[in-house]
Design a protein around this ligand. Structure first.
Ligand code: NAD
Length: 437
């Protein structure tokens, strides 16, 4: 099949590359000429493990190409995917659909022959219908269907997630469109990946409901962590104890500084707005959003307390991205916590393995080339993102570099006993603080 992927960001580039790996011919389109130039030169504009190899192999095989010219990519395509950004609209939290409708109009002008326009971006319920109306108004003669096919990949493991998804969701009532989607995903059918065919509206809501549920799970265990700290319980034991219950499940039960990233914050907000609009308010999601906002400030205050006040202290911050294995800084907890610490008088020396380029634009701190440079001369260290390289710090060297052996670990990546034995004051989340022996 021939695919045009409109939007070559985290989702569009991974999906496009993986569809080409399935054997389809894919043209990835983006308005951002620098991104397309980089890709044409064999450079990957984002950090995503394994993506460079998939892109290189499929470009070489002649199945994957890049262009800024949407009009040349669409006419040939059996399926045109829309994978543009749908950020929060400033001020009200609605999903901003300007890129979506902009792309729909351009696609409409270029359609030739029967085409399925597949919406991969996360969009509020009813957007598929509006995209259909938009295309129809521009090209009343066009032969097309608009389907919804939300994407569930996670940054950091996106390739693996696309190749082995838990499920694929396709929202369409058109048999012709369903057949195109079946053919596109055929390699996954063969792997017995469950495919949920449903209405466009249900498909659109599945994406929001899924993200809101996961955000709820995260904030639930964070609240349990707060209780643990007050009563002397251990949140990791509590998470394991409840997670082994098949009805609950083990995943997304890691206590920490709250959720961030390019999806959960904006998607929970957009779901709230949809719920209000249709007069079916969701008290649970509203509470989760509020709790998450409070969480980041509470974590900054926790750091402040651990340092006995951060004023005048030099703090080594390890990890700035919203999670490991990505360079994505969108809505990262660091963007709230680090400015709070600075406003309260701390001098921040930060290191992130892949986030530096983005973080430099967003955070006015001293960006260090490695963890040990950040640690050198600091009054203590704060772990904000659980990159693997922070799991195995040389604790003897770290202790020598720090002015005081103090670690605040907001990701619980060390064992308290080990840290006490190594001579640290160690503050973590939902577990008792330990002091050197
Ligand atoms: N990032 C994730 O982990 C993830 C996971 C699942 C779903 N999603 C959803 O997928 C969508 C895309 O997210 P993303 O993270 O890939 O965004 P992104 O910002 O990384 O990429 C979007 C790209 O679309 C391009 N673009 C915008 N309008 C265009 C147009 N008219 N023609 C061509 N290109 C255009 C932009 O230049 C940009 O490169 C969002 O709705 C998001 O919520 C994201």
């Amino acid at each position: 099949m021939r695919v045009a992927m409109i939007g070559t960001g985290y989702v569009g580039l991974v999906s496009g590359a993986c569809f080409s790996e399935f054997g389809h011919h894919v043209v990835c389109v983006d308005k951002d000429a620098s991104k397309i130039e980089a890709l044409k030169a064999g450079k990957i504009p984002i950090f995503e493990p394994g993506l460079d190899e998939v892109v290189a192999a499929n470009v070489k095989a002649g199945r994957l190409s890049f262009t800024t010219d949407l009009k040349s990519a669409v006419p040939e395509a059996d399926a045109v995917f829309i994978a543009v950004g749908t950020p929060s609209r400033r001020g009200d939290g609605h999903a901003d659909l300007a890129y979506m409708f902009g792309a729909a109009k351009e696609i409409a002008e270029a359609l030739v022959g029967y085409t399925v326009v597949v919406n991969k971006s996360t969009v509020p319920v009813g957007t598929g219908q509006k995209v259909e109306d938009t295309i129809r108004s521009v090209r009343p003669d066009a032969d097309f269907d608009v389907a919804s096919n939300p994407e569930f990949l996670r940054e950091g493991s996106a390739i693996e997630d696309f190749r082995h998804p838990d499920r694929i969701v396709c929202g369409t009532t058109s048999e012709r469109a369903a057949n195109v989607l079946r053919e596109l995903y055929r390699p996954l059918f063969l792997n017995e990946t469950p495919i949920v065919f449903t209405s466009r509206e249900s498909s659109e809501l599945i994406k929001y409901a899924g993200n809101a549920f996961l955000a709820t799970k995260i904030m639930f265990i964070n609240e349990m962590a707060d209780i643990c700290e007050r009563v002397g319980a251990n949140v990791q034991d509590v998470a394991r104890g409840i997670g082994l219950d098949g009805r609950i499940g083990k995943k997304f039960l890691n206590a920490g500084p709250g959720y961030g990233g390019s999806c959960f914050p904006k998607d929970t907000l957009a779901l709230l707005r949809t719920a209000e609009e249709v007069n079916a308010p969701t008290a649970i999601v509203a509470a989760v959003v509020q709790a998450n906002d409070r969480r980041k400030i509470a974590m900054a205050e926790k750091i402040d307390a651990a340092f006995g006040g951060v004023k005048g202290k030099r703090i080594a911050v390890l990890g700035l991205t919203f999670k490991p294995n990505t360079d994505d800084m969108r809505d990262a907890p660091s963007l709230v916590i680090v400015p709070w610490l600075k406003e309260h008088g701390a001098d921040i020396h930060a290191y992130d393995p892949e986030g530096k380029k983005e973080a430099e634009k967003l955070l006015d701190v001293t960006h260090c080339p490695d963890a040990y440079t950040a640690l050198n001369g600091a009054d203590g260290v704060v772990i904000l993102t659980e990159w693997n390289e922070f799991r195995a710090l040389d604790l003897v060297k770290t202790k020598k570099l720090l002015k005081r052996p103090l670690m605040v670990d907001l990701r619980n990546i060390y064992r308290p006993q080990l840290m006490a034995d190594a001579g640290y004051t160690y503050v973590s989340v939902g577990r008792a603080t330990v002091k050197p022996k």
